[in-house]
Design a protein. Structure first.
Length: 387
């Protein structure tokens, strides 16, 4: 039986089995909270986006909130929007990932050295929508909209504030890139560029691809994780017209790696879109070796190359998420030699003040007098002598 036929049969009550395109947890969640919605609607990304959980009342229908969580919605300092797709809520509402999406009063506490723009992006913005920190790369902030808002977002000062598309602002950004020939690499970010319509996204891709000195285009997105239904054959076919295109997908935890997510990643990879992962290190959520190893292994199965683990940026109200830097060092040390080299990302700190990404690695060697003394993953010592 085809998936579409199975969906219609479920609606009519002819069968009561999970179709192959939906993971068990999501299927049970849908049966409990969205029983009147057909699988055809559930798998429509526009339905998912339109029906995002955005209010306290909608959230309380699904899960019991702690006093800390419920109070956050009533706090006058509440600025960063709250929105989660029904699909992603099905994965997180009853586990520790919920804190990455459901606000708490902790985010209203400004700790030492925290700021609204810790990476000083505004100081390296030559025009609206462009951050030009590195000589040959530019970050293009295409929209302030996300389908689901991470509570540790580096751009919480800006996301959710741009509800309409301003082509004139895009054209100003594109014109800056066109007039800056040292830029060879453009990263479309936001917000999330994949919340744009196919037509608007193609406008950006086509405009950039028509600039002779642009070699590669990258898209930074969490959509394959929080709204995998958005990855459609039509979208993928359109993006693949503008190769080489790379996509950095924001993963947090192995629980995000569902059949829906794998189907989305497979579709992108099959179209030649090169996939890499970016993961923020979060206290009590993914800051241990086994969790990260499991995530990295699942990424490789999806043909997503582990790229970066980020130390959480010191954004205002992020203290409850931020770990010790040693946690990241220990994770890299625990992966090196204990899993495939492809499964080992770089651990980086995006230096506060606009210093850029700086790798933070375990100390595996001592170099002096033309001799390298090294320690391997088994803590055995070796020596390499230079000529």
């Amino acid at each position: 039986m085809e998936v579409a036929e199975c969906a219609e049969s479920l609606i009519k009550g002819e069968v009561d089995e999970k179709p192959p395109s939906i993971n068990t947890k999501t299927y049970n969640f849908k049966k409990q909270f969205y029983s009147d919605i057909s699988l055809r609607e559930w798998n429509d990304w526009k339905w998912q986006f339109k029906n995002r959980i955005t209010t306290l009342e909608k959230l309380k229908r699904i899960t019991r909130l702690s006093h800390n969580e419920e109070s956050a919605f009533l706090n006058s300092k509440y600025i960063l929007p709250f929105a989660v797709t029904p699909y992603y809520m099905s994965l997180i509402y009853d586990n520790k990932l919920r804190s990455t999406m459901i606000p708490t009063c902790n985010e209203f506490i400004q700790g030492n050295n925290e700021s609204d723009d810790p990476l000083s992006e505004d100081l390296t913005s030559p025009c609206e929508g462009i951050v030009h920190r590195y000589p040959d790369r530019a970050l293009f902030l295409t929209t302030g909209i996300c389908s689901s808002y991470c509570r540790f977002c580096t751009r919480s000062r800006a996301v959710g504030n741009h509800q309409t598309i301003n082509i004139a602002n895009w054209d100003e950004s594109i014109n800056y890139i066109r007039k800056t020939p040292q830029i060879r690499d453009v990263i479309l970010s936001g917000g999330d560029p994949l919340t744009l319509s196919n037509e608007h996204l193609e406008y950006l891709l086509k405009s950039l691809r028509n600039i002779p000195h642009i070699e590669i285009i990258r898209i930074g997105t969490k959509i394959p994780v929080v709204l995998p239904q958005r990855i459609t054959p039509t979208l993928v076919k359109m993006i693949s017209k503008y190769h080489p295109v790379y996509m950095s997908v924001h993963f947090t935890h192995p629980d995000e790696c569902t059949i829906e997510n794998k189907n989305a990643c497979d579709m992108l990879a099959n179209a030649g879109i090169v996939l890499g992962s970016q993961t923020v290190l979060l206290k009590g959520i993914n800051n241990d070796i086994e969790t990260m190893k499991s995530l990295m292994h699942k990424l490789l199965i999806r043909r997503v190359r582990p790229y970066y683990i980020y130390q959480c940026d010191p954004i205002t109200g992020s203290a409850h998420f931020r770990t010790k830097v040693q946690d990241g060092i220990d994770i890299i040390k625990g992966l090196r030699g204990h899993t495939s080299g492809y499964a080992i990302p770089s651990f980086v700190i995006d230096a506060p003040g606009g210093g850029g990404k700086i790798p933070i690695n375990p100390d595996f060697f001592n170099y002096s007098n033309n001799k390298v003394e090294m320690t391997n993953f088994q803590n055995k010592n070796f020596v390499y002598q230079e000529i």
